[in-house]
Design a protein around this ligand. Structure first.
Ligand code: SAM
Length: 251
C-alpha cells in the first residue's frame, strides 16, 4: 500500500540511518561491481579527456567499492574519496589489491557522518567532483544543495562535476515505494525473487530535466542525459548532470 507521508525531521534522520545501514549490509554481503560504471567511462572518453589534464585532482563522493576512483587513478588522476559506510573502505582496500594499485595513500579516502555537509578540503582544491549514484541518498533537496555549495567551494573555477540522480521511471521507485515523503521515496522490496528483497532505503527522485538543472543550479550545465538499462522487468533509470563551476557566480 502506497501512503503519502509528511516530510518531518524524523524522516530525515530515519533516511540517514536507514541508508547507512542499507549500505553497510550490502557491502558486508557482497563485493560486487568490480568494474567502473560504463556510463562513467563514456563520460571520461567523450568529455573529460578533452577538458582536463591527466594529472587532475578528483573527489569521488560516495565512492562505494571505489570503481570510479580506481578507473581515475589508473588514468593518472590524484583521487580523494568520501563515504559514510565504513564497509566501503574495507572493500576499497580489496579492490585496490585486485587492481594492483599499490602504495596509493588510503588516507585520501575518508568516512564522514551522513548528515555532514562540510568537506575538509581547501578552497578550489579539485578539478573534478564525481557523485555517481550517491547524492540521492541525501534526504532532501536542501541537503543536496548544501553539499553542492561545498562542492563548489572545493572546486576550482572551470572545474567539472558529474552527478547522477534517480528518475521516476526507475523500477525501484515504481514498484517498491512503500511510502512517499514529498519527492523522497521509502523503498522496501517485498519480492523474494528480487536481489534487494527485504532491504530498506530512502531515495530522492528527480522529476525531469528541468528539475535536474534546478537542483544543480550551483553549476553551469554542460550536458544532461539519462541512462535506462532494462533487464527483465527492471529499469534502472537515472538522470546524468555534467556541469562546470563558472568563473563568476551564477545568479
Ligand atoms: C549506489 S552506491 C554507489 C557507489 C559508487 N559511487 C559507485 O558508483 O559504484 C551509493 C554510495 O553512496 C554512499 N553514500 C550514501 N549517503 C552518503 C552521504 N551522505 N555521504 C557520502 N556518501 C554517501 C553509500 O554509502 C554508497 O556507498
Amino acid at each position: 500500500v502506497k501512503k503519502v507521508a509528511k516530510i518531518a525531521g524524523g524522516v530525515v534522520n530515519r533516511a540517514f540511518s536507514t541508508n547507512l545501514s542499507y549500505f553497510e549490509k550490502i557491502y558486508s554481503m557482497t563485493g560486487k561491481n568490480k568494474f567502473p560504471d560504463s556510463r562513467f567511462v563514456r563520460f571520461y572518453n567523450i568529455y573529460l579527456k578533452k577538458m582536463l589534464s591527466k594529472k587532475s585532482v578528483a573527489l569521488d563522493f560516495g565512492f562505494g567499492n571505489g570503481n570510479q576512483s580506481i578507473f581515475l587513478i589508473e588514468n593518472g588522476y590524484e583521487v580523494y574519496g568520501i563515504e559514510v559506510a565504513k564497509n566501503a573502505c574495507s572493500l576499497l582496500k580489496v579492490n585496490f589489491k585486485k587492481n594492483r594499485i599499490n602504495n596509493y595513500p588510503l588516507k585520501r579516502f575518508s568516512v564522514i557522518s551522513p548528515g555532514s555537509a562540510e568537506l575538509l578540503f581547501k578552497d578550489e582544491f579539485f578539478d573534478l567532483i564525481v557523485a555517481n549514484q550517491s547524492l540521492y541518498y541525501l534526504p532532501s533537496r536542501g541537503h543536496i544543495k548544501k553539499v553542492c555549495k561545498e562542492f563548489s567551494r572545493c572546486l576550482r573555477p572551470g572545474g567539472i562535476v558529474y552527478f547522477t540522480m534517480v528518475g521516476n521511471k526507475n523500477s525501484l521507485i515504481n514498484n517498491y515505494s512503500n511510502e512517499i515523503h514529498g519527492d523522497m521515496r521509502e523503498i522496501l522490496c517485498d519480492d523474494p525473487s528480487h536481489r534487494l528483497y527485504g532491504l530498506h532505503q530512502f531515495i530522492l527522485v528527480v522529476k525531469d530535466k528541468k528539475d535536474l538543472k534546478n537542483l544543480f543550479s550551483e553549476f553551469e550545465c554542460i550536458a544532461t542525459g539519462y541512462f535506462d538499462d532494462k533487464l527483465c522487468d527492471d529499469r534502472n533509470f537515472h538522470w546524468v548532470f555534467v556541469g562546470r563551476k563558472t568563473k563568476k557566480p551564477i545568479i
